[in-house]
Design a protein around this ligand. Structure first.
Ligand code: ATP
Ligand code: MG
Length: 561
C-alpha cells in the first residue's frame, strides 16, 4: 500500500505535467458539482475527497458549485444537507459557493450570441419527433425541418420563449452541430427547454431553463476550473462541452474522467436511495443502513475513516466494485485508535455473587483505551448483583469452553475471579440467574490468589447499569450487487434482517456523559455510537461495525478477553 500511495495516479500525473509546463500559471482549481436533488452518498464522498484532496495537495482551490438547472427536482433542503456533509467530511470551500443558476443570465446571453451566429435554432418539433429524428448510434439522424429557420425568426422566438409566450414542450432551442455525428450528443443537442416551474433560487424569474449539457462546461469555464474531474459517463459529452467552449471562445477547462465508485451492498444512485426512503425500506435518508453520508455519520463512521477509504480505493479508469469489508476495515482501524472502551451487556443474564456483602459498592479502575495511554482510566461500580452476557455462560459446555460454566472459573474484567456454584431456572428450564462465589484475593491489579483462569468476561453492576436499546445492523441487501439483476428490482434483495433491535441491553453508567456522534467500543462486542433518538431515560445505540469482519472467510476463533 505504501508504495502505491507514493506513485501518482493518472490525474495527478496530468496535473503535475500541467504544473511543469505552467499551462494554467500554476493554478489547480477543481470543483465539486452536486445537483441538489438528493442527499450525498459514498460515491459523492469519493468525488469530494478527490476534488478537495487534489487541490489541497497542489496548493489549489476547490469550488462548491450546485448544478441546479432542473427546478423540478431540486430543493434547498438538499443544498443545506450537502453543505453539512462536505463540512463534516472535513473540507471547506471558503467563500466559493456557486450556483449554476447564478449563471442563467450569462448562459442566456451566450445562447443569443449563438443564435445570431447561426449556431442555434428554435425547434417546434415535439420531444417524440426530436427523439425519432435523432437516429441511432449506427444510423445518422435526420435534420429537423426547423433547422434552416432564419436567424431573425430564431431570435424572436427564443426571446418569446423567455417571455413566457409558449407552452411547455412546444419549442426548444437546439445547437446546430451535426446530425450525422457518430457521437449522439453532437446531434443538435437541446440547449433550452420551457418549464413553468419555481426554482429554489431564481423563483419565477425564468420559464426557460438551460440543459445540464449547456450549463456544465460553461460553468466550469466561468470559474476558470483548470481540471474538471467527472465520472466516466461524461466522457461522451466532452466533445460537446469542448464544442461549446470553442464556439463561445471562452476559457477551456480540461475535463478528465474517472470511474465512479461502486461498493458492494451499497447503492450509489440517488434515485434508488430515494425509493428506499419513499417505499419505507428504511426510516429516512440518514437511516444508519443507508449509503448516504448522513446515514454513515449516524451509523458512527468517522470522517477520517471515509477519507482513508477514498484514499485506499484510489482512482480508476474502468468501472469496478469495491468490497464493503474495506470500508468497515477503515472504520474499525480509526475507531480502534480513538474510541473509549466501555462495558455493555447486550443480552443480559443475572449473576449473583453469593459471598459478596449485600448493599456494598466498590469502584474498580479500568482502562479507557488500551491503544491510547493518554486516555486514562475510569472507575466502574461493582456490587453483588451483576449482568453478564447470556452467551458467556453455558450449563453444559463443550471442551475448551473458557467462559463461565458450573465449576468453571473466569475473571470479570477489571474485577475479580469468580466460580460458578449454582443456577436458577424458570419453569421452561431456561437459566434466569447464575450464582457464583468470588475470590476476594483476586482483585485485578492486586491479585494474590495464585489462581490462573483462561477466560475473561465483561459485566455491568445491576443497580447502576443504564437500560438501553441497541440497534444491530447488517448489510441492507442479501446480495453484493442488488442493482445488477436484469429480472428483479433491487428491492427484491432487501435484507429483512438488516435491523435487529435489542431492547433490554444494559450499559455501564459512564456513558451518561456521551454525546451523539461519539464513537466507542462495547468491550468484546463492537463499535457503537449514540443515536440521535436517544433520551436520558432511554439510551439508543447504533452498531457501527463489528470488532472482527464476521464475513471474512477465515472465521475468528473465540473472542478476545
Ligand atoms: P446520482 O446518479 O446518484 O444521481 P449524480 O452523478 O447524478 O449521482 P451529482 O449530484 O450530479 O449526482 O454528482 C455530483 C458529483 O459527484 C459529480 O461530479 C459526479 O460525477 C460525482 N459522483 C456521483 N456519484 C459518484 C460515484 N459513485 N463515484 C464517484 N463520483 C460520483
Ligand atoms: Mg448528475
Amino acid at each position: 500500500m505504501a508504495e502505491e500511495k507514493e506513485s501518482l495516479n493518472f490525474i495527478e500525473q496530468i496535473i503535475e505535467a500541467d504544473l511543469a509546463s505552467n499551462k494554467h500559471g500554476g493554478d489547480v482549481i477543481t470543483r465539486f458539482p452536486p445537483e441538489p436533488n438528493g442527499y450525498l452518498h459514498i460515491g459523492h464522498a469519493k468525488s469530494i475527497c478527490l476534488n478537495f484532496g487534489i487541490a489541497q495537495k497542489y496548493g489549489g482551490r476547490t469550488n462548491l458549485r450546485f448544478d441546479d438547472t432542473n427546478p423540478v427536482t431540486e430543493d434547498t433542503e438538499y443544498v443545506d444537507s450537502i453543505k453539512a456533509d462536505i463540512r463534516w467530511l472535513g473540507f471547506d470551500w471558503d467563500d466559493r459557493e456557486y450556483y449554476a443558476s447564478d449563471y442563467f443570465p450569462q448562459l442566456y446571453e451566450w445562447a443569443i450570441q449563438m443564435i445570431r451566429a447561426g449556431q442555434a435554432y428554435v425547434d417546434d418539433s415535439s420531444a417524440e419527433e426530436i427523439a425519432a429524428m435523432k437516429g441511432t448510434p449506427t444510423e445518422p439522424g435526420k435534420e429537423s425541418p426547423y433547422r434552416t429557420r432564419a436567424m431573425s425568426e430564431n431570435l424572436d422566438l427564443f426571446q418569446r420563449m423567455k417571455a413566457g409566450e409558449f407552452e411547455e414542450g412546444s419549442r426548444v432551442l437546439r445547437a446546430k452541430v451535426d446530425m450525422a455525428s457518430p457521437n449522439m450528443h453532437m446531434r443538435d443537442p437541446v440547449m433550452y427547454r420551457i418549464k413553468f416551474a419555481h426554482h429554489h433560487r431564481t423563483g419565477d424569474t425564468w420559464c426557460i431553463y438551460p440543459m445540464y449539457d449547456f450549463a456544465h462546461g460553461q460553468s466550469d469555464s466561468m470559474e476558470h476550473v483548470t481540471h474538471s474531474l467527472c465520472s466516466l459517463e461524461f466522457e461522451n459529452h466532452r466533445p460537446l462541452y469542448d464544442w461549446f467552449i470553442q464556439t463561445l471562445q471562452i476559457y477551456p477547462s480540461r475535463q478528465i474522467e474517472f470511474a465512479r465508485l461502486n461498493v458492494e451492498y451499497m447503492l450509489t444512485s440517488k434515485r434508488k436511495l430515494l425509493r428506499l426512503v419513499n417505499e419505507g425500506f428504511v426510516k429516512g435518508w440518514d437511516d444508519p443502513r443507508m449509503s448516504t453520508i448522513s446515514g454513515m455519520r449516524r451509523r458512527g463512521y468517522t470522517p477520517a475513516s471515509i477519507r482513508e477509504f477514498a484514499d485506499r480505493v484510489g482512482i480508476a479508469k474502468r468501472e469496478n466494485v469495491i468490497e464493503f469489508s474495506l470500508l468497515e476495515y477503515c472504520v474499525r482501524e480509526d475507531l480502534n485508535k480513538v474510541a473509549q472502551r466501555v462495558m455493555a451487556v447486550l443480552d443480559p443474564l443475572k449473576l449473583v455473587i453469593t459471598n459478596y456483602p449485600e448493599g456494598q459498592t466498590e469502584y474498580l479502575p479500568t482502562e479507557n483505551n488500551p491503544e491510547d495511554p493518554q486516555a486514562g482510566t475510569r472507575e466502574m461500580p461493582f456490587s453483588k448483583v451483576l449482568y453478564i452476557e447470556r452467551d458467556d455462560f453455558m450449563e453444559d459446555p463443550p471442551k475448551k469452553y473458557f467462559r463461565l460454566a458450573p465449576g468453571n472459573m473466569v475473571r470479570l474484567k477489571s474485577a475479580y475471579i469468580i466460580e460458578c456454584t449454582d443456577v436458577v431456572k424458570d419453569s421452561n428450564g431456561q437459566v434466569t440467574e447464575v450464582h457464583v462465589r468470588y475470590i476476594p484475593e483476586s482483585k485485578s491489579g492486586q491479585d494474590t490468589s495464585g489462581i490462573k483462569v483462561k477466560g475473561t468476561i465483561h459485566w455491568v453492576a445491576a443497580d447502576t447499569a443504564l437500560n438501553c436499546e441497541v440497534r444491530m445492523y447488517d448489510r441492507l441487501f442479501t446480495v453484493p450487487n442488488p442493482g445488477d439483476d436484469p429480472e428483479r428490482d433491487f428491492t427484491a434483495f432487501y435484507n429483512e434482517e438488516s435491523l435487529r433491535i435489542l431492547d433490554g441491553a444494559k450499559v455501564e453508567p459512564s456513558v451518561k456523559e456521551v454525546q451523539v456522534g461519539e464513537g466507542f467500543q462495547f468491550l468484546r462486542k463492537g463499535y457503537f455510537t449514540l443515536d440521535p433518538d436517544s433520551r436520558a431515560e432511554h439510551l439508543v445505540f447504533n452498531l457501527t461495525v463489528n470488532l472482527k469482519d464476521s464475513w471474512a472467510k477465515v472465521a475468528a476463533k473465540g473472542q478476545p478477553a
